[in-house]
Design a protein around this ligand. Structure first.
Ligand code: 5GP
Length: 205
């Protein structure tokens, strides 16, 4: 069986990459990687479903064992992708999706150059500010800081394979599905297996 494809969805926070991923899972056969984090669970979050919630010691132990495909520190908490599940699913021919921030995406690009990376953009900074204000969880000063950080993070965009502008969610999901569909039938070294399948069939005709 040919190996699955590894998709990375990344981008500044507040752009809706998590929502896009959730919608994608309903429409395509994808295994979403469950990350490990040292942050506290939010209301409604389930251990092993949304994240593996662990202590800093457990996280650092996993990291030292080489058990993380990538990791990053975000606002004082650690986040990382457990390597085993990703490798197992890819080996089984399943497509895997990671929803991670940009420093982690850069590490994935290093260790998996064949990974397909997608950058989610807000339609504008003004719209992003509106969305963050709408959540009502941050002060004006924090929002201003976030805007300049977003601009800094945008400098990473040239390193990605695709970008998706999340203006209307449905359109952004459709665009991401199109990327996944096209990449799933892209000719690569695994097509020799496909040719072999036809050759074997020919023997039985
Ligand atoms: P939150 O705490 O809001 O769930 O996530 C904060 C940020 O961490 C988001 O941008 C999210 O995409 C990112 N993130 C979640 N899991 C991982 C991971 O395993 N690795 C990295 N590098 N970032 C992650």
């Amino acid at each position: 069986m040919s190996k699955g494809r590894l998709f990375v969805i990344s981008g500044p926070s507040g752009t809706g990459k998590g929502t896009i991923c959730k919608e994608l899972l309903k429409k395509r056969s994808l295994a979403l990687s469950v990350s490990m984090t040292t942050r506290q669970p939010r209301t409604g979050e389930i251990d092993g479903v949304h994240y593996y919630f662990v202590s800093k010691e457990e996280f650092l132990e996993k990291l030292a064992q080489g058990g993380l495909l990538e990791h990053a520190e975000v606002y004082g908490n650690y986040y990382g992708t457990p390597r085993a599940m990703v490798e197992e699913k890819l080996q089984q021919g399943q497509n895997v999706i990671l929803e991670i921030e940009m420093k982690g995406a850069a590490q994935v690009r290093e260790s998996y150059p064949e990974a397909i990376t997608i950058f989610v953009l807000p339609p504008s900074l003004e719209e992003l500010r509106k969305r963050i204000r709408g959540r009502g969880t941050e002060t004006e000063e924090a929002i201003r800081l976030r805007m300049s950080k977003t601009l800094e993070e945008l400098q990473e965009l040239p390193h990605y394979d695709y970008y998706v502008i999340n203006d209307i969610l449905e359109d952004a999901v459709r665009c991401t599905e199109a990327i996944i569909d096209a990449e799933s039938v892209k000719v690569d070294s695994t097509v020799t297996e496909l040719i072999r399948k036809y050759e074997e069939e020919e023997q039985t005709l």
